[in-house]
Design a protein around this ligand. Structure first.
Ligand code: UDX
Ligand code: UDX
Length: 470
């Protein structure tokens, strides 16, 4: 059997590497238009940082796992073709800012139709709006030369940073489709390492909708706990204690109740906006409005955090140095798509703060590119000079904090849990504030060293010196 996957991104690359590792007799060919990305997959420096991924790729690569730009020949040879290209939010035309841009998915369908012979199974791996499979089928039927197709939906639920573990032991694999034989063929691949009872089969539309719904529910939990974090700060409650208390109720459960500076990542916002657009399209404005609140609460949480920094520093950040610890949207990934760090940094640049940004996995070009793009998109090109002259990217958290008045922790990297508080205190200058947007800083230790700590969902824990000096 031969598999082709179009799209060597965060989803296509790791997923195909796992299939190839688990099924050595299946030839897996991952193709992409982006030559440098393919070169990276073929090198020792993979384009995606994921714990454990190097070993999986090393085991299967050049045995039965291949990466190349030969899209058409890989399609022509394959029995099963996964479409795993990106489906970003539409930036133009009808539905701009909400609907998914299916341009790349449709292009893939056309290309598949053009070069295919015989029978092939097409698998939607990309997250798509409900009923996309109907459009894919229609393109395949109208453009194919005597080839026949089954179209299946097989959304991916892996989370970045834990992709390998999620692929190895998924809570479930979801396969939607009408052709029983095709569904069985795909199920048999996963059954090589996933217990049968975890392989769920549904109709196509349920499968497509389940992916959007799963992400909407997960994001909703984060927005819900974040909304309560604001109330905790106002009342003296502690959001971690509240999360523990409610999470012990087995109906609620303990996961995904970590208050934060906001959720990021390529999926949550995009998928909820897509859901909102679908609801509007199907004449359900109240349902659309309900889900839109999840995104609005997330935006509020990010700006609430920036405002907290400003208000704690006399509403004057102009020319003050602030260290930014963490830029990725979560730990254990180099991905910065929709990271809350972009919004917070842009807010601080707006206040003319000087920033020194440190992240252990995100490279400096990506950070500069993201901030430049965000300023452009918000009509603030006039601030590009400030970005160039007053924002540094550094490769050490202590260097970032040197001569800084404040540190903002925006990603929960483990190394921030064990920061040397005495060393940090010596490097920083007053008022020596730490704004912990991820609750990873040991406030007691920091307080002893003379640093005051604001924690999301708890408020300030003041250093003794700050209290007696106040
Ligand atoms: C995936 C899914 O596709 C997306 O719908 C889902 O919501 C999240 O996961 P991801 O793997 O994160 O996206 O996207 P990305 O890392 O951008 O990878 C997509 C790849 O497809 C890119 O490498 C891009 O070069 C490639 N591509 C895109 C093609 O090869 N051909 C195209 O026509 C378009
Ligand atoms: C998500 C889904 O979890 C995954 O199933 C889907 O396939 C893709 O989208 P991902 O975006 O990679 O995965 O990461 P996830 O772990 O879900 O985190 C998303 C964001 O929410 C991150 O910014 C994270 O920091 C934040 N988050 C998560 C919280 O702030 N609090 C939590 O309790 C959990």
């Amino acid at each position: 059997m031969k598999i082709c996957c179009i799209g060597a991104g965060y989803v296509g690359g790791p997923t195909m590497a796992m299939i190839a590792k688990q099924c050595p007799e299946i030839q897996v060919h991952v193709v992409d238009l982006n030559e440098s990305r393919i070169a990276a997959w073929n090198s020792s420096q993979l384009p995606v940082y994921e714990p454990g991924l190097d070993e999986v790729v090393r085991e299967a690569r050049d045995r039965n796992l291949f990466f190349s730009c030969k899209v058409e020949s890989a399609i022509a040879e394959a029995d099963i073709i996964f479409i795993s290209v990106n489906t970003p939010t539409k930036a133009f035309g009808q539905g701009a800012g909400r609907a998914a841009n299916l341009e790349f998915v449709e292009k893939c369908a056309r290309q598949i139709a053009r070069v295919s012979k015989g029978h092939k199974i097409i698998v939607e791996k990309s997250t798509v709006p409900v009923r996309t499979a109907a459009a894919v089928r229609q393109i395949l039927a109208s453009e194919a030369n005597n080839a026949t197709f089954d179209v299946l939906s097989n959304p991916e639920f892996l989370a970045e940073g834990t992709a390998v573990a999620d692929l190895l032991r998924p809570d479930r694999v979801l396969i939607g489709g009408d052709g029983a034989a095709a569904v069985e063929k795909l199920a048999n691949i996963y059954a090589r390492w996933v217990p049968r009872e975890r392989i769920l089969t549904t109709n196509l539309w349920s499968s497509e909708l389940s992916k959007l719904t799963a992400n909407a529910f997960l994001a909703q939990r984060v927005s819900s706990i974040n909304s309560i974090s604001a109330l905790c700060e106002a009342t003296g409650a502690d959001v971690d204690e509240v999360a523990r208390a409610i999470g012990s109720d087995s109906r609620i459960g303990p996961k995904f109740l970590k208050a934060s500076v906001g959720f990021g990542g390529s999926c949550f916002q995009k998928d909820i906006l897509n859901l909102v657009y679908l609801c509007e399209h199907f004449g359900l404005p109240e349902v659309a409005h309900y889900w839109e609140q999840v995104v609005l609460m997330n935006q509020h949480q990010k700006s609430r955090f920036s405002r907290q920094i400003a208000s704690s520093m006399n509403n004057t950040l102009s020319d003050k140095k602030i260290a930014i610890w963490g830029f990725a949207f979560k730990k254990d990934t180099n991905d910065t798509r929709e990271t809350p760090a972009i919004d917070v940094c842009i807010d601080l640049i707006g206040e003319r703060a000087r920033l020194a940004i440190y992240d252990p996995q995100v490279d400096s070009q990506t950070i500069v590119h993201d901030l430049t793009k965000a300023l452009g998109e918000r009509g603030r090109k006039g601030e590009l000079d400030w970005l160039r002259d007053h924002v540094q990217i550094v490769d050490d958290p202590y260097v970032a904090a040197d001569q800084a008045q404040a540190v903002a922790v925006l990603t929960e990297w483990d190394q921030f849990r064990t920061i040397d508080s005495e060393r940090l205190s010596k490097l920083m200058v007053g008022p020596k504030l730490i704004f912990d947007g991820r609750r990873v800083i040991d406030a007691d230790r920091m307080n002893l060293a003379g640093l005051s700590v604001y924690r999301i969902g708890q408020g300030f824990r003041w250093a003794r010196a700050a209290v007696s000096g106040a």
